[in-house]
Write a protein that binds this ligand. Sequence first.
Ligand SMILES: Nc1ncnc2c1ncn2[C@@H]1O[C@H](COP(=O)(O)OP(=O)(O)OP(=O)(O)O)[C@@H](O)[C@H]1O
Ligand SMILES: [Mg+2]
Length: 568
Amino acid sequence: MLCAYILNTTVTLQIWSHFVRSKLIKKTPNRKMEMHRLPLPELRDDKHRHKQCNGNENSNRFRPPKYKGRLSQGGYVAVENNNGANNSQSLGSCSAHNSSNIAHAISFRGVEFPDANTLPASPNVQQDASSTDFGDQSHFELCFERLAKLGEGSFGEVFQVRDRSDGRLYAVKISKQLFRGEQYRAERLEEVRRYEEFSGHENCIRFIRAWEQYDRLYMQMELCRESLEQYLLRCQQIPEERIWHILLDLLRALKSLHDRNLIHLDIKLDNVLIGEDDETCKLADFGLVIDVDRANSQHATEGDSRYMAPEILQGQFSKAADVFSLGIAMLELACYMELPSNGPLWHELRRGILPEEFIDKISQELQLVIKSMMMPDPAARPTTDTLLSHPKLQRMQENQKSLITSRSFRKSRRVVYGKVCNWKSFAYRCLFYLLEILHLYKPISPSQPTITPAPSSPTTFLAAVPRVEFQLVGSTPITNRDCYASDFLTGDDELELSKQETPHVINSTPLNHNQGKSRLDSSRRSSLGKTIPTLELDSPYSNVASLKLFETSSFRRKKLFVLDYDDE
Ligand SMILES: Nc1ncnc2c1ncn2[C@@H]1O[C@H](COP(=O)(O)OP(=O)(O)OP(=O)(O)O)[C@@H](O)[C@H]1O
Ligand SMILES: [Mg+2]
């Protein structure tokens, strides 16, 4: 009996001591104990990670610590999203301790660019701010609609997206690998610093913002048409004048890097993008950019072997290496030549032997420039400044300058004229107002428009129909921008096309300026055009026009509603 009592008391005491110990440990965690736990295996799959973080508070222990505020040595600002609702967007299913699940803005721009240090609230969050359960949706998924994949490199995947807040199109690069550790993360974040640094340059990609979430880096930037690689594959034969322009753009971009003692180390056709204007070339992918001095003292990463300068094999990193890469890229572009990544031809190209069957296709002037850029000895290669002072490139720069001057002159003339017109109309209005007060002028009261029966002549018909303003969406086929629905429609409700019983399509202003015709050749028209069945073209002028719906081939894929005129 006594034994049973003692045993019972011991067990109870043990349970109590265990309970008290576990409570104490929870309040004051034993750091040593935590540190001696075996590390968790790194999980690559996001889904697995999320499941784990649901059930395990310590799942974030072996992730790199998150920096809050500015680092001492020229560090970055990693700011938690200021929007309260946004902060909780990914906490719906994960522990609040998991800071990598919260989207952090990344910026090196400092306090003078407050926008860069905060993430905009996602439209979904604004809609339902009371709710904290946003599921597993990341900031990217909440704020952007993913439209297409634009490309992929060794570090990231790039998507064409639509920003839900402003409806505009952008490119977002998402790092392919999860941050493996603080060193790897710091390397990836360096790209943000460089993108921000060169964002204002005409020949570098315009950068919007960056953030990190779920141990990945996201970079939002301007959307470009295509890379030079894609452009070359599409065009194959690029006119030499265009090659010179591309060279000029890239030399300018490279000069701005070299002036800051930085080297790109990854110049190649894939990393040059063509801007929205379809002309300007922009340098992208600043992932390997490094300070020249640091490159030789520390480990710098070499880029694509097809474009690599020979001295990189000996670990010599210099500005001349970038000049070599640009030279060989120009050779590829001008001669439509596939560059080897190794083998005898690789070595020949680096000994200054350029295959004649390719190089003979281009002018002596361009040949000399490319050969000088590809000199085996880095010290013998021209600098970006020397290259920019080449007579041909000088002439081109002067032409561009005078073009810009005349363009800005025309623009300012338009602005001044607009302002004068505004003042004129303001003065007239004042005058009429004064005359009205003095009873010297009486404004005519608007009368109800009367719709006359069917016209006997086109001119009387046109005068009778009230003019409803109608703006054609999209690009160029018809240059007179303002067309009027009443020019080609009749009926009770001019704007509802489907309700039109027998609409009249008449020979109106757009036809007189028959610009749409030259844009699309007839074969393309017949394949793209879809006549709208509800429109019967029984007007006296229907022999000249029909209404068609086109889909443009522009990369923005806007649906355009254009008028097309059939002659037959
Ligand atoms: N802003 C953009 N607009 C359109 N396409 C883009 C844009 N940025 C990148 N791309 C496309 O995505 C591809 C990969 O992008 P990027 O070169 O930045 O990735 P990466 O992983 O760093 O590449 P790399 O293997 O060269 O290091 C580019 O070659 C280009 O085709
Ligand atoms: Mg790249």
